[in-house]
Design a protein around this ligand. Structure first.
Ligand code: MHO
Length: 213
């Protein structure tokens, strides 16, 4: 389930966090993901009472495999509701940086995008502050649609936020990541042949769709 290597964090708001969770969960170099609320000041936000917080995804990534710049490219390319639309705070386009390097990279990519968007970009860049994990039912939302499968794998509420396998399956099951990549790592993920067959079936059924909220 778990991968024990040194990681760095990245935090992004890109619209509804369910689909971002699937997208980043299967990205090579992303080790773990969790979704939650951040970027605001109100205490203990909940989904039905977000205050001034935003839906964000928090990633643990292996900088030897994927760079923060790569992740920024994915950030810009995968917003649920676009980059220039006026949205409520819940869906704010948001980069929360964890160190000065991330801040500089975020600001540099922002400049390029701002030009491309004719000054209409609504993205905000801010230092990472308290991250409040979302309710269990939001974690690996797509994977949780496969209740029996989760049970057979021992994926419980805790593991939804800590397991590398859960992050991967949450993408593959909705057709993200692709068959080729799945076959390359299926051994490493430690699935039984029966479990692998189940994932292949869903992957093929959903390939090319699946991401929209
Ligand atoms: N369209 C979805 C968005 C959920 S996302 C966690 C809904 O209205 O339920 O914001």
């Amino acid at each position: 389930h778990d991968v024990d290597i040194p990681t760095k964090k990245a935090t992004f708001g890109m619209g509804c966090f369910w689909s971002n969770d699937s997208l980043f969960g299967v990205t090579p170099g992303v080790v773990r993901t969790r979704v939650g609320y951040s970027g605001g000041t109100t205490k203990n936000p909940r989904y039905r009472n977000l205050g001034d917080h935003t839906e964000v995804i928090e990633l643990d990534f292996d900088p030897k495999t994927v760079t923060y710049e790569d992740l920024l490219d994915m950030f810009w390319a995968n917003h649920e509701y676009g980059l220039t639309t006026k949205l409520k705070r819940q869906y704010q386009s948001l980069i929360l940086y964890h160190d000065e390097e991330q801040r500089d990279a975020a600001q540099a990519s922002y400049k390029v995008m701002q030009e491309r968007c004719n000054g209409q970009l609504r993205t905000e860049i801010a230092p990472a502050s308290t991250f409040f994990p979302a309710e269990d039912y939001h974690q690996k939302y797509r994977l949780q649609g496969h209740k029996d499968f989760c049970q057979s794998l021992g994926i419980d509420a805790t593991r939804l936020q800590t397991s590398h396998l859960a992050a991967r399956l949450n993408g593959y099951l909705v057709g993200v990541g692709g068959r080729t990549q799945f076959e390359q790592e299926v051994q490493r993920l430690g699935l039984t042949e029966k479990q692998a067959e189940y994932v292949r079936r869903e992957l093929e059924r959903n390939e090319g769709g699946g991401l929209a909220c």
